[in-house]
Design a protein around this ligand. Structure first.
Ligand code: MN
Length: 470
């Protein structure tokens, strides 16, 4: 019997607001002492009153629109009760009954659409660090705003689970609602997997793999879980519904102690926060701030940039927005430079923070088109455009200063070619060429390049040489 896997994914996205979801404390605790970004609201001193962060609401609208979701005009918060040392309140403030983001979908590069069931706003928990016989609590992360995105079970392979998570990451980064730092847990994925016999109308028993923080882990964990469940079913046994952890080191899932079952959370409306009421004008005005999304760029550039290259470049929203500012006829040439120079040399992160002006890139592309630069020289000038000390000088000035402009003046080139052909040491090569030895043309071009101190345009030189030797 063939089993069809079905996967649904829940994703927590940390929002990059300045302050926390319910207090005015710094939301960015990077490099700060544990428990230094905490207010009485976060650690739930009796009598504290949470106040909702307006930017988090605006970010929720952007995130929702990025996933083609309905934004609900009315939503509110609920308390989800559980005890854990990283949550001093004894409950999480979340949206259980009426979330801010309704149904929508994420379209994958393959064209498949994964439906979004809903997404809601909630506060994060703190962090526990475990040692041999004690644990330390850091509350800096308490009530960092999160959006939890719940997909429908529309995914049917480990690869598609990977692609969905990656596209979700891109959408959130383009929408500008998160720093998207996966290494530091800015996005965390829970993967629900079940198997059912082909043709079956009901889903099988599912397991949930918690807290994956890379696309690769999502793919590997789903692959492992599909194989494990297949084995269980083929042996005539039953899959047990349970929560699993994933270890990148062992490449295996293993059962985790789950907190409680859902019924134990004792959800109740949060009495300290009024409901969120959004006018359609406000929703529209905020939605309009969404920049172009990956799919817009796929549609815009699919005829200009090869799909594989485009998928690599799409990981860098600022780069795509920059390409969009550039005259379309130069996009191919500039995207090639970005790919070959930045991505190949893994300079992407630091370089892509501060991109050259569109007009400087256009000037470079124009020089390229006129063959005023060799491909090596073009890369050299391109890199200099990122240099803070060279910035604003323009591609042409930089190329001139570095002596990189190619000689394209045919008259001048012909003179150099004549001089080289008159040299005794090139006589043998000339004879060999006339006798049909094609490849000696390379030697002669090389001699001319040397004579021109590298400034001649090699293809023009070759053309002249062929004419003269014919
Ligand atoms: Mn959650």
């Amino acid at each position: 019997m063939r089993y069809i896997p079905t996967i649904g994914i829940e994703c927590h996205v940390q929002l990059c607001t300045k302050t926390k979801l319910f207090s005015e404390v710094d939301n960015d605790a990077r490099g700060k002492e544990p428990n230094s970004c905490v207010s009485p609201v976060d650690y739930a001193l009796p009598g504290m009153l949470p106040r909702l962060n307006g930017t988090a609401v605006k970010f929720a609208i952007l995130a929702g629109r990025a996933m083609n979701c309905e934004i609900n005009a009315y939503s509110r918060f609920d308390r989800k009760h559980y005890f854990y040392p990283d949550s001093p309140k004894g409950y999480q403030i979340t949206q259980f009954y009426q979330p801010i983001i309704g149904a929508g979908y994420v379209e994958l590069p393959s064209g498949n659409k994964i439906r979004i069931e809903h997404a809601h706003l909630e506060g994060d928990a703190g962090k526990l660090t475990h040692f041999d016989n004690y644990s330390l609590v850091d509350l800096n992360r308490v009530d960092t705003p999160l959006i939890e995105i719940v997909s429908m079970p529309d995914i049917h392979s480990a690869k598609e689970a990977h692609d969905y998570c990656k596209e979700l990451w891109r959408l959130m980064c383009y929408a500008g609602v998160t720093n998207g730092d996966l290494y530091n847990g800015n996005m965390r994925f829970d993967v629900n997997t079940s198997l059912a016999p082909e043709g079956s109308k009901t889903l099988g028993t599912r397991t949930e793999i918690k807290n994956l923080n890379s696309f690769r882990s999502v793919e590997r964990a789903a692959e492992y879980e599909i194989a494990r469940q297949t084995k269980v079913l083929e042996a005539g046994e039953k899959v047990i519904q349970q929560t699993l952890g994933w270890s990148d080191a062992t490449g295996k899932t293993s059962p985790q102690r789950s907190k409680e079952v859902a019924a134990d959370y004792r959800y109740m409306p949060e009495p300290d926060l009024p409901p969120i009421r959004l006018s359609s004008e406000f929703i529209e005005a905020e939605s309009a701030k969404l920049p172009l999304m990956p799919n817009n760029y796929r549609a815009l550039f699919h005829e200009i940039i090869k799909p594989d290259t485009l998928e690599v470049l799409l990981d860098y929203p600022e780069l795509m927005h920059k390409l969009n500012e550039i005259n379309k006829e130069y996009v191919k040439s500039i995207s090639n430079l970005f790919t070959s120079v930045l991505l190949a040399e893994e300079k992407s992160a630091e370089y892509l923070n501060d991109l050259p002006a569109a007009k400087d890139l256009e000037e470079l592309a124009e020089m390229n088109a006129k063959k005023e630069l060799s491909s090596t020289a073009a890369k050299e000038v391109f890199l200099r455009l990122f240099d803070p000390q060279m910035k604003g000088r323009g591609a042409k000035t930089i190329a001139k200063e570095l002596g990189l402009i190619q000689e394209n003046d045919l008259g001048a080139l012909e003179e150099i070619v004549d001089a080289v052909l008159a040299k005794p040491e090139t006589q043998k090569a000339q004879d060999d060429f006339r006798n049909g030895e094609e490849k000696v043309i390379g030697f002669l071009v090389g001699q001319v390049m040397k004579e021109s101190h590298g400034k001649a345009n090699p293809s023009a030189v070759q053309e002249i040489l062929r004419k003269k030797l014919a």
